[in-house]
Design a protein. Structure first.
Length: 237
């Protein structure tokens, strides 16, 4: 075969290979959905899969039809991105929104964990154009901000857990007949503020922890009402 013919053959083969590579790329490129398109896949048409969005990622949840189909406990998530409702518990009206405005870093981190759950359990079906992805499928500044906030929330939770592990928590039990009780196997129960909660949730909360007798004068410790100073167990409401 002449050199020119061989060159043409090589070029033809390269062109064919390039065409295959481009086709594979197109097949792998995530589908981009509009809000209107996604709304059709809400489980009311048995001939279509059931899709939901979370943080702009779209998943095929058809295998969970009993949960996501009409009458299912999670049907309100089908055909839309209702990211906020994963932590708010508000499944009606304005609660079914993808806006996370006003949520704490802990709550945002929980939603990111939910997204991870769907990646692990269901089929990724593309991206939703809007708040989290632009018309080219690129992450928006809003999504990047959400992921930074979630990472901060995860770090704060880990730090809080590490601090709380230094002081053992109380044992606790509750029954309708006897009410609640907290007790310590070693030490005495006291309420102590959880400082990390202000950064995590914007609110202040307390937990029951066990302190030794020589620690009971530490500032910020609160004894249970009606409980003896050196009692190892206390009734709680």
């Amino acid at each position: 075969m002449a050199r020119g013919a061989r060159l043409l053959l090589v070029l033809a083969l390269l062109a064919a290979l390039l065409a295959v590579v481009l086709q594979l790329y197109r097949l792998r490129k995530p589908k981009l959905w509009t809000v209107e398109e996604l709304s059709v896949y809400n489980g009311t048409d048995e001939g279509l899969p059931i899709l939901l969005g979370i943080l702009g990622s779209v998943f095929d949840v058809t295998k969970g039809m009993s949960h996501y189909g009409p009458g299912g406990g999670y049907h309100h998530f089908a055909g839309r991105d209702a990211s906020r409702a994963f932590v708010s518990g508000n499944f009606t009206g304005d609660g079914l929104t993808d806006s996370l405005q006003g949520l704490s870093s802990s709550e945002v981190n929980s939603i990111v964990d939910w997204r991870k759950f769907y990646y692990e359990r269901y089929i990724f079906a593309g991206k939703l154009i809007g708040r989290y992805y632009d018309s080219q499928g690129n992450p928006t500044k809003y999504l990047k901000g959400v992921e930074v906030k979630a990472k901060r929330g995860a770090q704060l939770l880990e730090k809080q857990k590490s601090e709380e592990d230094k002081i053992p928590s109380c044992n606790s039990k509750w029954s309708q007949q006897e009410g609640g009780e907290v007790w310590c196997d070693s030490g005495y129960p006291r309420l102590v503020r959880r400082p990390g909660d202000i950064a995590l949730t914007g609110q202040v909360s307390q937990r029951c922890a066990c302190f030794q007798e020589d620690e009971l004068n530490k500032p910020g410790l609160v004894a249970y009402e009606g409980c003896d100073h050196l009692s190892k167990s206390c009734k709680v409401n």
